[in-house]
Design a protein around this ligand. Structure first.
Ligand code: HEC
Length: 142
């Protein structure tokens, strides 16, 4: 009789302890984690958003109309898993670096004939391209 009462008391205490954990969990989850984002990265991101985000995400595996650009620096062209690339891009043999990426976003057709990055027409301003490349580079370093 006595032992049973103790057990009941014990499990009651456990229930209380567990509900305290549940009650405090959302507070922890709501703590913002954006404090480390810098100003210059924000600017590169804005430029990327203006020119590329209609078709591209920089989240890993997030293929949209265009492939995910996560970690594109140093990657082989056509290597985002699951994305249906054009034969032209997939077979281009390009490795994306500062030079090839810059040329590609300046004028895709001049680097890969018959690619399907359309109706994108190219970015003529080198300063804008530089900002976007810096943003893509910092993203790949994660
Ligand atoms: C209109 C939609 C659209 C816009 C805007 C666009 N892209 Fe693309 N992009 C695509 C598509 C579609 C492909 C796939 C091309 C293919 O398979 O031939 C692609 C492919 C790429 C690739 C090759 C990726 C790989 O995995 O090999 C890079 C790099 C790229 N885009 C960068 C950019 C950047 C940087 C911008 C902004 C300056 C941009 N794109 C704007 C649609 C777009």
């Amino acid at each position: 009789m006595n032992g049973r009462a103790v057990t009941l008391l014990g499990s009651a205490a456990l229930v209380v302890a567990m509900s305290m954990v549940v009650a405090t969990a959302p507070v922890t989850a709501a703590t913002p984690s954006t404090a480390t984002e810098g100003q210059s990265a924000d600017h590169g991101q804005m430029t990327f958003n203006n020119h590329c985000r209609t078709c591209h995400s920089i989240k890993k595996g997030d293929n949209r109309q265009g492939p995910s650009l996560f970690g594109v620096f140093g990657a082989k062209a056509g290597s985002s898993p699951g994305y249906p690339y054009s034969a032209a891009l997939a077979g281009s043999g390009i490795t994306w670096d500062e030079k090839t990426l810059d040329e590609f976003i300046a004028n895709p057709d001049s680097v890969v004939t018959n690619n399907k990055m359309k109706p994108y027409t190219g970015l003529t301003d080198p300063a804008v391209r530089k900002e976007i490349l810096a943003f893509l580079k910092s993203n790949g370093a994660e």
